[in-house]
Each structure stands twice: as structure tokens, then as C-alpha cells.
Design a protein around this ligand. Structure first.
Ligand SMILES: NC(=O)C1=CN([C@@H]2O[C@H](COP(=O)(O)OP(=O)(O)OC[C@H]3O[C@@H](n4cnc5c(N)ncnc54)[C@H](OP(=O)(O)O)[C@@H]3O)[C@@H](O)[C@H]2O)C=CC1
Ligand SMILES: O=C(O)C(=O)Cc1ccc(O)cc1
Length: 450
């Protein structure tokens, strides 16, 4: 952006995402950036930002009065109260955006508390603060005011080198319920199940290599992040409830078929879900060509994933393919099939790195007819994993109920109980997880257009 035409940027909420935005915009050549956090954090913010060229102000009134594009980057549950407080101070004719992961409460807050002469062009970066903005989807929502403002927002964020995705507020919440909310439910459940089994997966022989590495690293990555991010998008997104409840139902129903020994019903359900989601016929191996409507498969490679294993791979696990029901994955594909979710299409529009990996893991299992058959058979007869599967069922039901109660405190308690269990490994896991995401995305980029 050239200096003369540049809008003044304001950021309200200097947490992880607000800081990342301020720093990247500054590095990208935006001259004037005003920021604030809560007034009590002003002195600390001032000290921290000294010499950065980013200007801290005492509160959101000051930021709103001075800025042409104001980005609210606060907790989803707080957006209404924060916009109510600072919205009336918005500069005449300014454009307002929110970084909130769920847009229904943001839209309501903007409608209710912003002056009528203020435009809304909202945003949402579909990745966490430690992931590069480059190549990641940046959703842009033109809600009210002149079309020119969309161009202004696009110009401001050009330096992110993100991929712009234009959606409405409603489309945003539908897509992110399909991609994020239900995916997080699966990983949160894994963590709860491992915590309740009192087992660190990387210390047992069962969860160490290949796709299990992804499960462990992503679960820890999610538990190492802020609970309110996940709570907000699960509890406040009107579409998320249905998706999370279906996941829990799929887990429970498949598990019942397993323990009741209903082989033909279980097989029919798993194979038909496979065909619906991936398009492969029952005895057909998943190929390297098109999948789910001609899209390129993700093709995770065991040897690449093994490099990101936490802990030591126990010697006795070498070379042995332990039978495993893979309940979490059979249920995910069953859930996608039942909800009519087309994961590859959502990934292409607005996928997060976590979603891409989760599809990759499901695809890895479902591509191979022998792996699917072995998961079905293990589900029916293997006793070793049954206690883990019971914990998984209980965990999935617990998360689904928790989300249906809509209670943030309850969500926080559940989240923190599991997070505390894994906390000693967060540092290592987040570094490894970051490297793993990068390695897989780099691999994806180099094979794009295949
Ligand atoms: N983290 C992620 O991976 C992503 C998050 N998002 C979304 O971005 C938003 C911010 O998330 P994130 O940065 O991770 O969360 P943080 O908790 O790190 O940041 C939120 C910040 O807003 C501050 N805040 C709260 N109320 C006010 C107020 N009245 N005035 C000024 N500042 C205030 C908070 O202060 P305090 O801590 O004192 O409450 C905190 O510093 C959320 O809506 C989240 O859903 C979107 C994409 C990715
Ligand atoms: O990729 C994911 O699903 C994450 O967990 C990171 C994340 C969290 C919240 C967002 O609004 C966007 C991305």
C-alpha cells in the first residue's frame, strides 16, 4: 500500500491474534497502527511495543476515534460487551471488522451497537497465531457499506499473502461448523479419553507411529491453545451443535455395533460411508487420482509422519501393525456421510491446517481396503483396544453434552482437566506440531496441480 492512500488501522484486543496482526501489518508497510487491550494492560503494552512503530492507546474509545479500519480481536463471548462499549466511538465513515472465529454473535453486536454510518467488512484468518499467514485462507465478509471498502480491506491485507475467500456471515458459520467445530470435537475427545485412561499415548506401544503421530500432535496443539477459542466456536455457532452431536452419535452407534458383534451392519455402514465421502466403491483401493469430486488426495506418508513422533518408539512395536478399530476415524467418516459434509470441498474453500491433517488421517485409513477391513474386524473382536474405545465413547458423549448445555464454565473445566494432564509436553508438542504442519503443507504445495 502506498503511504498517501493508506488507512489508519486500529486493533482492539492485543492477545495472540491481535499481536500477530499488528506485527505482520507493520512489517508489511502499514504506517499507522493503533492498538489497545484492556485499560489495565496499557502500561505493559506500552513497554512491550516500544520501538516497534505500533502505537498503544489506553482503550478502544481512543482506537475507534482515530482509525479508518478497526479490527475487534477479542474473545467471542466478549464481543457484544466490547462493541457495546467502544462501538459508539467509531470514527464517522470507518470500516469495522472482527477476528472472531464464530460470526453470529459478532454480526449481532455490530448490528446493535455500531452507528449506522459505519461499514462492516469482517475478516477471519483460518489459522492460529504461530502459523504463517502465507497461502492460508483469509475469509472476508462484506456485510454493510460500499463495495469499495472490500477493496480497501483486501489492499490492507495484501502483505499477508493469504488466499482471500469471500463469504457471507451465515456461510462462514456453516463452513466453520463443518470444518472446525466437529474436527475439534474429535481431537478434544481423544485427549479426554487418554486422560481418563491415565495414559500418555506416546508412552504406550499403541500410539506411536504414522497417523497416530498426527492424532497426538494435533490433540496436544489444541489443548495447548486457549480454551475460549474452541468454546466460542462450538458453543456460539448455531450450526456447530448439530455437527458435534452427530459425531457423538456416530461414535456411540458404531461402538454398539462392535460390541454387539453386528458384523454385516457395521461393515455396511463403514463401507457405504467410505463411498459417500471418498467416492471409492467397496472393493476398490483408493487411488492417487481424484477423490471426493475429482480433488487431489492428501496422501500422508508414514515415514514423514514418523519424524514427528513424541517420545521413543518402543522396540516391540517395530514392524507390527497392531489391530485397532480406529473408532475416532470410522465415526468421523460416518458423521461426514450422515451430515452430507464433503470434506475436500470445504478444505478447498476454507480449510484450516488442522482440518487438512484430519482429512489426511481419515483418507490414509480409508484408502486401503485392507486397513478398513482390519479396523472393522478389530472393532468386532479385538479386546486390547476396547477399554480405549469405551473411554472414547464416554468422552465424545461428554463433549457433545457439554456443548449442548452452552455453558462456558463447564467447557473450560473439561478442557482444563485434560490440558493439565498433557501440559508437561506442550512445549515439545507445539514445536513438533508446527514443523509437522509445515512439512505436510510444503509437500502439498509441491504436489499441487498433480
Ligand atoms: N487463537 C487462534 O488460533 C485464533 C483465534 N481467533 C479468534 O480471534 C479472537 C482473539 O483470539 P486470541 O487472540 O487467540 O485470544 P486472546 O485471549 O489471546 O486475545 C483476546 C484479547 O482481547 C482482550 N480483551 C478482552 N476484552 C477487551 C476489551 N474490552 N478491550 C480490549 N481488549 C480486550 C483480552 O484481554 P484479557 O486476556 O485480559 O481478557 C485478550 O488480550 C477470538 O475471537 C478468536 O476466536 C481467530 C483465528 C485463530
Ligand atoms: O486449525 C484449527 O482448527 C485451529 O485449531 C486453529 C484455529 C482456531 C480458531 C480459528 O478461528 C482458526 C484456526
Amino acid at each position: 500500500m502506498t503511504g498517501k492512500a493508506q488507512p489508519v488501522i486500529g486493533i482492539i484486543g492485543m492477545g495472540d491474534m491481535g499481536r500477530m496482526y499488528a506485527k505482520r501489518l507493520k512489517a508489511g508497510g502499514i504506517e499507522t497502527i493503533y492498538v489497545c487491550d484492556k485499560p489495565e494492560s496499557y502500561e505493559q503494552l506500552k513497554a512491550e511495543l516500544e520501538g516497534t512503530g505500533i502505537t498503544p492507546l489506553r482503550d478502544g474509545h481512543a482506537v475507534s476515534r482515530l482509525s479508518d479500519l478497526i479490527i475487534y480481536s477479542v474473545e467471542a463471548a466478549a464481543i457484544s460487551a466490547v462493541v457495546r462499549e467502544y462501538g459508539p466511538s467509531t470514527k464517522l465513515g470507518a470500516v469495522v471488522a472482527g477476528q472472531t472465529s464464530v460470526k453470529a454473535p459478532e454480526k449481532e453486536a455490530f448490528d446493535r451497537w455500531l452507528p449506522e454510518d459505519v461499514s462492516v467488512v469482517s475478516v477471519h484468518s483460518l489459522h492460529g497465531p504461530s502459523v504463517t499467514t502465507e497461502g492460508q485462507p483469509l475469509i472476508i465478509i462484506h456485510y454493510r457499506g460500499p463495495e469499495d471498502n472490500v477493496k480497501m480491506v483486501e489492499d490492507v491485507f495484501r502483505c499477508f499473502k493469504s488466499r482471500y475467500v469471500h463469504l457471507s456471515y451465515e456461510e462462514h458459520d456453516m463452513v466453520t461448523a463443518n470444518t472446525q467445530a466437529v474436527t475439534h470435537a474429535a481431537f478434544l475427545t481423544m485427549g479426554t479419553a487418554w486422560k481418563n485412561s491415565a495414559s500418555y499415548p506416546w508412552e504406550t506401544t499403541r500410539y506411536v507411529s504414522g497417523i497416530e503421530v498426527v492424532k497426538v500432535n494435533i490433540t496436544l496443539r489444541i489443548y495447548a491453545a486457549k480454551w475460549h477459542v474452541y468454546a466460542g466456536l462450538a458453543l456460539l455457532n448455531p450450526s456447530a451443535q448439530t455437527q458435534i452431536q452427530q459425531y457423538s452419535r456416530s461414535v456411540t452407534e458404531l461402538f454398539k455395533l462392535m460390541v454387539e458383534g453386528m458384523e454385516s451392519e457395521l461393515s455396511e455402514r463403514v463401507w457405504s460411508a467410505r463411498e459417500k465421502v471418498f467416492g471409492w466403491k467397496r472393493d476398490e483401493e483408493g487411488g492417487e487420482g481424484g477423490v471426493g469430486g475429482g480433488r487431489a488426495p492428501i496422501l500422508l506418508k508414514e515415514d514423514l509422519l514418523d519424524q514427528f513422533s513424541l517420545g521413543q518408539k518402543p522396540a516391540e512395536a517395530e514392524g507390527k501393525a497392531n489391530p485397532n478399530s480406529h473408532l475416532s476415524l470410522l465415526a468421523m467418516v460416518d458423521c461426514w456421510a450422515r451430515l452430507g459434509i464433503r470434506p475436500y470441498e470445504h478444505l478447498a474453500v476454507a480449510g484450516t491446517p488442522v482440518f487438512m491433517l484430519w482429512i489426511g488421517v481419515a483418507e490414509y485409513l480409508f484408502r486401503s481396503t485392507s486397513l478398513v477391513a482390519s479396523a472393522i474386524s478389530a472393532g468386532l473382536s479385538d479386546r486390547v483396544h476396547r477399554s480405549d474405545d469405551i473411554e472414547f465413547v464416554v468422552g465424545a458423549r461428554g463433549w457433545s453434552e457439554c456443548v449442548s448445555f452452552g455453558n462456558f464454565d463447564l467447557y473450560r473445566r473439561r478442557f482444563e482437566e485434560s490440558a493439565n494432564f498433557f501440559a508437561p509436553r506442550f512445549e515439545e508438542a507445539t514445536k513438533l506440531g508446527g514443523k509437522m504442519i509445515k512439512a505436510i503443507q510444503d509437500g502439498q504445495a509441491s504436489t499441487a496441480g498433480r
